[in-house]
Design a protein around this ligand. Structure first.
Ligand code: PGA
Length: 246
């Protein structure tokens, strides 16, 4: 059986004081049956690593450079993230794809760079509302995942996939459990064609997951946990979602 994974994506929120309060709340609320992690803004990785040392909560970054080192102003390398004990790095979140024009190949290269430093990339895929309405959902997520499969080869089994329909992110509109499961099943089938370990891989759902809809989403056979944005900013809300995955 796959152990569920719940990852908080703080996005560009918080400060040192609110982060400390949030982490204290989470530490008090755990432990959970599910694995739990938070992906935080890079400047706070040092604080978060110190605070979560020895705790059952992992941490990670929201992006990672595809490059090893050098003249890439503003980028943060996988080696740097590894020095701060990151277990995870998001790759290809839809906000990065949309606002930073990250291509499918760029996302695949980021995933590869993370793995080279033993950081598990959480590769995000998902369709826009226009794509869903044009019946392009399957084609879009397949294309996005395919770039990663081709770039990673047999190492594909080491990633986590997150299905996040763009129209559900931060909008309060969640995919129904059936809609989400249908896409997760497609992604699992695609992974099965690429690796014999697809049944052990985690595919998370993200997009307006809240305490009151988490349990039914997580009950779907191919939904192995969640990537949580807004609801990961309050300890009580996030803890309830982690409990729903137990
Ligand atoms: P949301 O964000 O939970 O606020 O919809 C999810 C995400 O963007 O990862």
């Amino acid at each position: 059986m796959r152990r569920k994974l719940v990852v908080g994506n703080w996005k560009m929120n918080g400060n040192r004081a609110t982060n400390a309060e949030l982490l204290a709340g989470l530490k008090a609320a755990g432990p959970w049956v599910a694995e739990v992690a938070v992906c935080v803004p890079s400047p706070y990785l040092g604080d978060v690593a110190l605070s979560l040392q020895g705790e059952a909560i992992g941490w990670g970054a929201q992006d990672v450079s595809a490059y090893e080192s050098g003249a890439y102003t503003g980028e943060v390398s996988a080696a740097m993230l590894a020095e701060f004990g990151c277990r995870y790095a998001l790759a290809g979140h839809s906000e990065r794809r949309a606002y930073h024009a990250e291509s499918d190949q760029a996302v695949a290269d980021k995933a590869k760079a993370a793995l080279a430093h033993r950081i598990t990339p959480i590769v995000c895929v998902g369709e826009t509302l226009a794509e869903r309405e044009a019946d392009q959902t399957a084609a879009v997520v397949k294309r996005q995942l395919s770039a990663v499969i081709h770039t990673l080869g047999h190492c594909i089994s080491q990633i986590v996939v997150a299905y996040e329909p763009v129209w559900a992110i931060g909008t309060g509109k969640t995919a129904s459990p059936e809609q989400a499961q249908a896409v997760h099943a497609l992604l699992r089938a695609q992974l099965k064609a690429a690796t014999e370990h697809a049944d052990t891989m985690k595919i998370l759902y993200g997009g307006s997951v809240k305490a009151d809809n988490a349990a039914t989403l997580f009950a779907q056979p191919d939904i192995d946990g969640g990537l949580i944005g807004g609801a990961s900013l309050k300890a009580g809300d996030f803890a309830a979602i982690c409990r729903a995955a137990g």
